[in-house]
Design a binder for this molecule. Structure first.
Ligand SMILES: [Zn+2]
Length: 202
């Protein structure tokens, strides 16, 4: 096999969720693709970081140069409901379900000491400032995935919110456990909407 092809297969195999034979297939796909497609792909990969940035409020991803994302900037969204998710992908899945009209907070992970992810590695401090600065009663919907990390993350949130002297009481809720896969990312629209609608107070 030519060295260039080996190098490409190696690069692709470093991507998450890609196994060796899938990497080989993708490399062959690229080899047979037209030049324009490959140029566009290269350009998009090279500029993805400079063309995106993080929302100052909820930490989701937005276009470069905009410090507020389209959800936080949307006047019709209910700012008294903040849905806390682990990943941006979870936010996208919830948005695609059309079942949620509040705003979000992306933690970018869940507390997992086994994987060296601690409270200070996640975006909790901005979430607490949002809670403290709120001028109305808030509902915090914990929409993290139902596993051990979820337990740690949700326990930490509950304890920290209870500790604080807040102007307005905070209602803490979680999604009902009706998701077939258990994970928001893989949930179908109907079960996601009903998990949201039937959310329970923590
Ligand atoms: Zn935002």
């Amino acid at each position: 096999m030519p060295e260039a092809l080996k190098r490409l297969i190696h690069n692709i195999s470093l991507l998450p969720w890609i196994w060796e034979n899938r990497a080989t297939k993708l490399a062959f796909f690229m080899l047979s693709s037209n030049e324009n497609y490959l140029k566009e792909l290269r350009e998009n990969i090279l500029t993805i970081k400079e063309n995106t940035s993080s929302c100052d409020t909820c930490f989701s991803i937005t276009d470069a140069g905009k410090n507020i994302c389209s959800v936080c900037n949307n006047e019709s969204r209910n700012k008294s409901e903040i849905c806390v998710v682990e990943e941006y992908l979870d936010l996208l899945t919830l948005e695609q379900s059309w079942g949620y009209a509040g705003v979000y907070h992306v933690l970018w992970g869940a507390i997992s000491p086994m994987n060296w992810v601690f409270v200070w590695d996640l975006n909790f401090s901005k979430l607490f400032s949002r809670i403290e600065d709120a001028d109305c009663k808030l509902e915090i919907i914990i929409a993290t995935n139902p596993n051990l990390e979820w337990e740690a993350t949700s326990t930490f949130l509950c304890e920290e919110i209870e500790k604080r002297k807040l102007k307005h009481k905070v209602k803490l809720t979680r999604l009902s456990r009706g998701l077939s896969s258990g994970y928001i990312e893989y949930a179908d629209t109907m079960s996601l909407v009903s998990a949201l609608r039937e959310r329970k107070e923590v």
